[in-house]
Design a protein around this ligand. Structure first.
Ligand SMILES: Cc1cc2nc3c(=O)[nH]c(=O)nc-3n(C[C@H](O)[C@H](O)[C@H](O)COP(=O)(O)OP(=O)(O)OC[C@H]3O[C@@H](n4cnc5c(N)ncnc54)[C@H](O)[C@@H]3O)c2cc1C
Length: 384
C-alpha cells in the first residue's frame, strides 16, 4: 500500500486530527528523555478511545508496521525510540480515570492519565497511590506500568508493580486480552499481568489498568540531614536501615547535586554541605515520633552538622520539588549528561559512593550523585 493510502486509512480509523506524518511533527516522537539515539517514525497516531486503539493496532498489524507506544516519552531506556518508518502510538488521548472505587480501594485508569494528577484525584477521596517517580508531573500511568517505575517513596511503599491488580491490553494483532482481578486475592492461573509490568511496550499495549489504592498515613515528619563528610553520610543510610526504621523516603544528594539544584530551584539548600539526606517517616503518630527520634539520634551519632525538621507542608514540598528537579538541574551544567541508574545492596551504599568519588578523581570528571539511598539506588550523573 502506498504511503498516501496508508495515511488515508489511518485518518479514517483515528481521525484526521490524530494522524501525524509530516517530518516536523515526526521529529518530536523520534527519541526518549535520554536522547542518545534518534530514529524517525513513519507515522504518529493518537487514538482517543479503546475501540479506535484496537482498530489502529490491527491496521498496523495488517500492514506489517512495527508499533512503538509512547506516553510522555520521559523514559531513559530507549523505550519510545521507534523503529525506522514505524508507527508511534501516543496514549495522551487515552487519559480518563474510568473508576475511583472507595469501597474496594482501587482505580481503573486509561494509560495516558498523568501520574501526579491521578495521585491528586486519589488524595481528594481520602486514599493514597504511593508510586511517585521523579517525573510524576508529566509521566503517564501506562509508562509507569511499562517501566515498573519506582519513586521517592519506593523504600517503604514499593514500585508500580506492587499496585497493579489487573489490566486489559491489546496484543500485536489488536485482540483484547484481560488478566488479573479486582479482588485482593487472585491466586490462580498464570501471572500474565506480572509479565506485562515492566515489558516496555514489547508484549502488549495497555488499554486499562486496575490499580490498588491504600489508606494514607495518618502522620508524617520531614527532616533534612546535613553532612560535612560524604562517607559519613552514606554510612548513615546503612545505620538507619539496620535500626529497623523504614522511612517512606531516604534520598541522597552530594555536593555537586546540591549546588546544581539550589542554583536551579532556590529552595535554600546548604551549598557548602558535602551531602544531605531528605528523610521522611510516616505512619501512626506514635510510630512517627519514635522513628523520627531514632533517625535524629543516628544522624547525630554519625556526625550530621545539622538536622532540620520541616515546620509545615510548604517548606517540605519546596524541598521535595527541588529534589525532583535534580536531573534537570544537573543537565544544565554542561552540554552533555551521561546518566546512570545503579543499585547495590543497601549496606554497600558507602562502597558505591566511594567508588564514584574515586572514578571522578581518576578521570577528572564532574559527577553529581543523587538518588534513593534507602533502596541502594543511586544515579551518578557525569556532566561533560
Ligand atoms: C526527570 C526525570 C525523573 C525520573 N524519575 C524517575 C523515577 O524516580 N523512577 C523511575 O522509575 N523512573 C523515573 N524516570 C523515568 C521515566 O519518567 C519513567 O520511566 C516513567 O514511568 C515513564 O513514563 P512515560 O509516560 O513518560 O512513558 P514513556 O517514556 O512514554 O514510555 C515508557 C515505556 O512505556 C511504554 N508504554 C507507554 N504506554 C504504554 C501502554 N499503554 N502500553 C504498553 N506500553 C506502554 C513505552 O513503549 C515505553 O517502552 C524519570 C525520568 C525523568 C526525565
Amino acid at each position: 500500500m502506498s504511503r498516501q493510502s496508508l495515511v488515508k486509512k489511518f485518518q479514517d480509523v483515528v481521525g484526521v486530527e490524530n494522524v501525524f506524518f509530516e517530518e516536523a511533527d515526526l521529529l518530536t516522537y523520534s527519541y526518549d528523555a535520554a536522547p542518545i539515539e534518534q530514529v524517525m517514525p513513519g507515522f504518529v497516531l493518537r487514538p482517543v478511545d479503546s475501540e479506535v486503539l484496537g482498530k489502529a493496532i490491527a491496521l498496523c498489524s495488517d500492514n506489517n508496521l512495527p508499533i512503538t507506544v509512547r506516553g510522555a516519552g520521559s523514559n531513559l531506556s530507549g523505550g519510545t525510540v521507534p523503529d525506522p518508518g514505524g508507527v508511534v502510538l501516543l496514549t495522551t488521548g487515552l487519559n480518563k480515570i474510568v473508576e475511583l472505587n472507595q469501597e474496594d480501594l482501587l482505580a481503573v485508569v486509561q494509560p495516558g492519565v498523568i501520574t501526579a494528577q491521578f495521585a491528586n484525584e486519589v488524595e481528594k477521596v481520602g486514599l493514597f497511590y504511593p508510586p511517585d517517580p521523579g517525573s510524576q508531573a508529566i509521566s503517564t500511568l501506562g509508562g509507569n506500568v511499562a517501566e515498573n517505575a519506582g519513586g521517592l517513596r519506593g523504600l517503604k511503599y514499593g514500585v508500580t508493580r506492587d499496585y497493579v491488580m489487573a489490566m486489559d491490553f491489546f496484543d500485536a494483532e489488536g485482540q483484547l486480552v484481560k488478566t488479573g482481578a479486582r479482588t485482593v486475592k487472585c491466586a490462580s492461573g498464570y501471572n500474565l499481568g506480572g509479565l506485562l509490568v515492566g515489558s516496555e511496550g514489547t508484549l502488549g499495549i495497555y488499554n486499562t489498568v486496575t490499580l490498588k489504592l491504600i489508606p494514607p498515613p495518618q502522620d508524617r515528619r520531614f527532616m533534612l540531614a546535613i553532612f560535612e563528610s560524604i562517607h559519613r553520610a552514606s554510612e548513615t543510610v546503612a545505620r538507619i536501615i539496620a535500626s529497623k526504621v523504614v522511612p517512606a523516603t531516604l534520598e541522597f544528594m552530594d555536593n555537586v547535586t546540591i549546588r546544581a539544584v539550589e542554583d536551579f530551584s532556590k529552595a535554600g539548600l546548604p551549598v557548602d554541605a558535602a551531602a544531605l539526606f531528605l528523610i521522611e517517616v510516616d505512619g501512626h503518630p506514635g510510630q512517627v515520633a519514635d522513628d523520627a527520634e531514632t533517625v535524629r539520634r543516628i544522624c547525630e551519632e554519625m556526625g550530621a552538622r545539622d538536622l532540620k525538621v520541616a515546620t509545615d507542608d510548604r517548606e517540605r514540598d519546596a524541598i521535595w520539588a527541588a529534589r525532583r528537579a535534580a536531573l534537570s538541574s544537573l543537565a544544565k551544567l554542561r552540554p552533555t549528561l551521561v546518566l546512570e541508574d545503579a543499585t547495590v545492596p543497601r549496606s554497600k551504599t558507602p562502597v558505591m559512593v566511594q567508588a564514584v568519588d574515586e572514578i571522578a578523581a581518576e578521570f577528572n570528571l564532574l559527577i553529581g550523585t543523587f538518588g534513593h539511598a534507602g533502596d541502594g539506588n543511586l544515579h551518578p550523573h557525569d556532566s561533560c
